[in-house]
Design a protein around this ligand. Structure first.
Ligand code: TA6
Length: 277
């Protein structure tokens, strides 16, 4: 059994061999795990859960958890093994949890490799703010790509649209070609796009639940938009065949042309703020 920490103020339970911590404050509740430093749910008071978690998600060391906000680090995609990097299938060490003066709750976790130190800070209340700091522990330049691979819950993908990317260039992972976005992003088939020159505010509009998820990214010029649709959903064991209808990934990233190179001892910070209107 891996180390299982107690975090004062959090209620710990086990799902499979993965510790899950539940925290509530006056504005919201949050579930996260030290495994992958992964947020699993964020439910503001009087709101539905903002994040999506597959009903077939696997909670087993060595496997990524399908949903919430996996941390892809220190590489994005299948460029090396494991795909999306080791961070989401590693135990992070909790540094602590505290209430901040504005009623939000702050949780900090760290993960170290021989070359890099990652520090993830979660702040949640009426909004969810996640910051990932990467420090280059080597004496040389070090290139990273990374993403906060957020799975957002939607009433139905047919009701969803994404604004804020109009006119932006994206790399279409399905065609391996560059294209330009025209208007809002709407969904009628598998969608896997890296918008790597956009630092605008992104809105996920959901007509079914009459809500908009506002995604503000800082120090990130790339956003990944992904829905597996029918055939890819069927090919994933930890993803229900029909579940593509209830989710959309909008990922705050340093991916594709927005990958970054750290100088020796440099710390790179980026993150996102999620709000509901
Ligand atoms: O972020 C989009 C993506 O890179 C897709 O290509 C798809 O592979 C998705 O990530 C999920 O990857 P995973 O390794 O979690 O199955």
């Amino acid at each position: 059994m891996k180390d299982v920490f107690e975090i004062s103020g959090a209620i710990r339970s086990m799902r499979g061999d993965i510790p899950v911590y539940r925290v509530e404050n006056e504005f919201a509740s949050l579930e996260f795990s030290t495994y992958g430093a992964q947020v699993l749910s964020w439910t503001p008071k009087n709101q539905k859960n903002v994040l999506w978690l597959s009903e077939k998600a696997v909670f087993q060391h060595g496997k990524p958890i399908r949903g919430g906000i996996p941390i892809c680090w220190p590489w994005f995609g299948p460029v090396k093994t494991p795909s999306h990097g080791p961070a989401r299938v590693a135990e992070w060490t909790p540094i602590g949890m505290a209430a901040s003066s504005n009623g939000m709750t702050v949780v900090e976790m760290v993960y170290e490799t021989p070359d890099l130190l990652a520090c993830l800070t979660l702040r949640f209340g009426k909004t969810l703010v996640i910051q990932l700091d990467t420090t280059n522990l080597t004496g040389d330049l070090y290139s990273v790509s990374e993403a906060m691979h957020a799975y957002f819950a939607v009433s139905d993908i047919a009701n969803a649209s994404v604004s804020g990317l109009d006119g932006r260039s994206f790399f279409n992972q399905l065609t391996q070609k560059r294209e330009i976005q025209s208007g809002d992003v709407v969904f009628s088939s598998e969608t896997d796009r890296i918008y790597d020159d956009c630092n605008d505010l992104i809105h996920l509009h959901d007509k079914g639940w009459n809500r908009t998820i506002v995604l503000e990214r800082f120090n990130s010029n790339s956003c990944v938009v992904w829905n597996p649709w029918t055939e890819k959903a069927k090919r994933m064991e930890d993803f229900g065949d029909e579940e593509y209808k209830s989710m959309l990934c909008l990922e705050t990233a340093h991916a594709a042309r927005d990958a970054r190179t750290l100088k020796a001892s440099e710390t790179l910070s980026f993150g996102m703020r999620v709000a509901i209107v």
